[in-house]
Design a protein around this ligand. Structure first.
Ligand SMILES: [Zn+2]
Length: 487
């Protein structure tokens, strides 16, 4: 039987296939939630993922693009190569007790980190999809290569972008992924391209009272850079974003002219080209601040990602799959908990989530129970955040399912998101999205026409607008740089 004649509606990984496996991957997600690790340092989380993949017979490749926590797990051989993307990094300062309906750091969490973006679910759900798919294809004797990518440092460090730059997706035909969050969405949102960099000022220390005239303040330089950037804000596009953090304010002694300071900037814009222009303007301001204060500035490029290139073909197919599946099967206990938790989220965010996903506004259920509206490729939502899935989407047709795991209105990177990370509702959403991903990937393997259409759409875009890699030539991922230290 040729693969194109398979009846995909009856032979996809079924709900039963995914559900039979689910318990192990729910346990994996909980275990990663329990030990939240930050970008590039996800050694324990990656190890847990690799152990589960190996148990299911995967061939593992470690250290992709010289990143110690980047790996792939592969099943099958020949045929189309389908990538399933997973993440597992957490965020600093977001330790939170699971299932609580108030802000309360988790007992026994010594790192202070928390899974504020649901990446414990993301990686575990994607790996579940890959295993369910690989088992189904093996059972049916279908020739294909299924490759799960364990992608570190999505949170503001662009693990996937460095993996793309390192050629990790060169032989891949298409990619599927998801992102946990509130509601449910099949529309592929636009995201912003970004660059982040450290601006390190060096001045001259002096006694701030006795001889300040001999000092040159790196702290003044950092402050002037921020003032300059604040004036820049009036002259940017509406969707441009510039954020900063003080990573070194020069010290705690006001009687010393501070000789060092460091700012960490994140610059976002709708396209890689406009983002690069905006980033150059920020660099110019930094050099101006150094000139004004007679200090030196050193700029260290940290990471960057392109905006998402949506695949209309795969988006419409994903939507058809979700229509067949129906909504996420939350139960009464989920709804009861969700109602209480939802009173703690910023109330305008509930309507904002619904507007973003095009969900009915008059439904007061804390979770979205139905099937999201059919995506309209001419009116895509613009997300003003970023994701390193962007770079993957420029090298292979890529599709993502959104949501399923949090009450409507849950802000990203919040304690409420962490609190929901091990709830039964979130885990139902994870299993649901795994099934949807496995179904889309199965169809990409068995329906040659679908894959050809997705590739043709991608190639047509690339012929007009080729991939503009936002990472400068020769720049490797931070953990592969000499003298790298975790921060
Ligand atoms: Zn995320």
């Amino acid at each position: 039987m040729s693969s194109s004649t398979l009846d995909s509606t009856t032979t996809r990984p079924t709900t039963a296939d995914v559900t039979d496996l689910a318990g192990e991957f729910i346990a994996l997600s909980r275990s990663i939630w329990d030990e939240p690790e930050l970008r590039w340092e996800e050694h324990v989380s990656a190890g847990k993922q690799i152990a589960v993949a190996e148990k299911h017979g995967a061939r593992i490749v470690r250290g992709i693009a010289d990143i110690p926590t980047a790996f792939s797990a592969e099943w099958g051989s020949g045929g189309p190569v389908i990538a399933v993307l997973g993440e597992f990094d957490a965020l600093a300062g977001l330790s939170q007790e699971n299932g609580a309906t108030e802000r309360r750091p988790a007992d026994g969490n010594t790192s202070g980190n928390g899974h504020g973006c649901g990446h414990n679910l993301l990686g575990s759900g994607s790996l579940l999809a890959a295993v369910a798919l690989a088992q189904t294809l093996e059972r049916e004797g279908v020739e294909a290569t299924i490759r799960y990518y364990g992608c570190p440092a999505e949170e503001g460090a662009a693990g996937k972008s460095f993996m793309v730059a390192g050629g990790a997706f060169a032989d891949v035909d298409a990619a599927v992924s998801w992102h946990p969050g509130p509601g449910l969405g099949t529309a592929q949102q636009h995201s912003l391209a970004y660059t982040q960099a450290y601006f390190r000022f060096t001045g001259l220390a002096a006694h701030a009272g006795a001889n300040p005239q001999h000092g040159r303040s790196a702290l003044d330089a950092a402050e002037l850079m921020n003032v300059g950037v604040n004036f820049l804000r009036e002259h940017m596009e509406d969707t441009d974003r510039v954020h900063y953090a003080f990573t070194d304010a020069g010290g705690a002694s006001p009687n010393v002219v501070q000789s060092s300071s460091e700012l960490y900037y994140l610059v976002r814009s709708a396209k890689t080209a406009s983002m690069r222009t905006l980033y150059e303007r920020v660099c110019k301001i930094a050099r101006g601040a150094a000139m004004m204060t007679e200090t030196e500035v050193e700029i260290e490029f940290d990471g960057a990602s392109a905006e998402i290139l949506p695949s209309t073909v795969l988006e419409q197919h994903l939507h058809a799959v979700v229509e067949e599946m129906g909504g996420v099967p939350y139960d009464g206990a989920d709804i009861e908990y969700g109602r209480v938790l939802q009173t703690t989220v910023p109330q305008p965010a509930i309507a904002a989530t619904k507007a973003m996903l095009g969900l009915p506004v008059d439904d007061d259920s804390p979770y979205f129970l139905g099937v999201p509206p059919k995506p309209d490729p001419l009116h895509r939502p613009q997300m003003t955040g970023s994701t390193d899935v962007g770079d993957v989407s420029w090298v292979v047709p890529t599709v993502q399912i959104w949501g399923g795991t949090a009450v409507l209105g849950t802000p990203g990177h919040s304690w409420q998101m962490v609190a929901q990370g091990k709830t039964p509702a979130a885990e139902k959403g994870m299993v649901y999205c795994a099934e949807a991903m496995a179904a889309v990937a199965y169809d990409l393997v068995t329906d040659a026409d679908l894959l050809a259409k997705a590739k043709a759409e991608h190639e047509a875009t690339m012929a007009v607008t080729p991939y503009d890699c936002p990472i400068p030539e020769g720049i490797v991922a931070p953990p592969a740089r000499p003298g790298y230290t975790a921060r």
